[in-house]
Design a protein around this ligand. Structure first.
Ligand code: HEC
Length: 123
C-alpha cells in the first residue's frame, strides 16, 4: 500500500539525464562509446580552445582524448558524477573545463568525444 516515498531524488536525477539528452538509443553509458563521436563546428571550436589544452597534454594528468582505456574507469563512475565533476571541477579539472558558456549537455558531448576512439583516417 505504501512505498513510492523517497524516489524524488532518483526521479530528479533521471529527469536531468533525460533533459540532457542522455537517454541514448542503443546503449547504457557505463561503457565507452565504441563509435567515434563527431563535434559540430561550435563544439569543435570549444574543444580546441578549452578542453584540448589539457586533454591532449599528458603532463596535466587529464585523461587524454581518444585514449579509450584511460576513459573507461572515468565513464564507469556514471553520468551524475561526471557531470558534477565537469561543472564543479575535480582535482586538476577546472570548473566547466574553463568553458564558461558550456551547458551540461555541451560538456557531456565533449566528454563523449574525448572518450570515444579517434575517427579512422585512411592511411
Ligand atoms: C586546465 C586543464 C583542463 C581543462 C582546460 C579541461 N580539463 Fe578536464 N580534466 C583535467 C584533469 C587534470 C583531469 C583529471 C582530474 C583527476 O582525476 O585528477 C580532468 C578530468 C576530466 C574528466 C573526468 C572527470 C572524472 O570524474 O574522472 C572529464 C569528463 C573532463 N575532464 C572533461 C573536460 C571537458 C569537457 C573540458 C572542456 C570543456 C575539459 N575537461 C577541460 C584538466 C582539464
Amino acid at each position: 500500500m505504501r512505498g513510492r516515498k523517497r524516489h524524488g531524488a532518483a526521479l530528479a536525477a533521471a529527469a536531468l539525464v533525460a533533459l540532457l539528452g542522455l537517454h541514448g538509443c542503443d546503449q547504457k553509458s557505463d561503457t565507452a562509446p565504441l563509435q567515434p563521436v563527431k563535434l559540430d563546428d561550435r563544439l569543435s571550436g570549444i574543444y580546441d580552445y578549452s578542453c584540448k589544452a589539457c586533454h591532449v597534454n599528458d603532463a596535466t594528468g587529464a585523461p587524454q582524448s581518444h585514449d579509450v582505456a584511460a576513459w573507461k574507469p572515468r565513464l564507469d563512475q556514471g553520468e551524475t558524477v561526471l557531470i558534477d565533476h565537469m561543472v564543479n571541477g575535480f582535482r586538476g579539472m577546472p570548473p566547466l573545463g574553463q568553458c564558461i558558456e558550456c551547458s551540461a549537455g555541451d560538456l557531456v558531448t565533449l566528454m563523449q568525444y574525448m572518450a570515444s576512439p579517434a575517427e579512422e583516417k585512411p592511411e
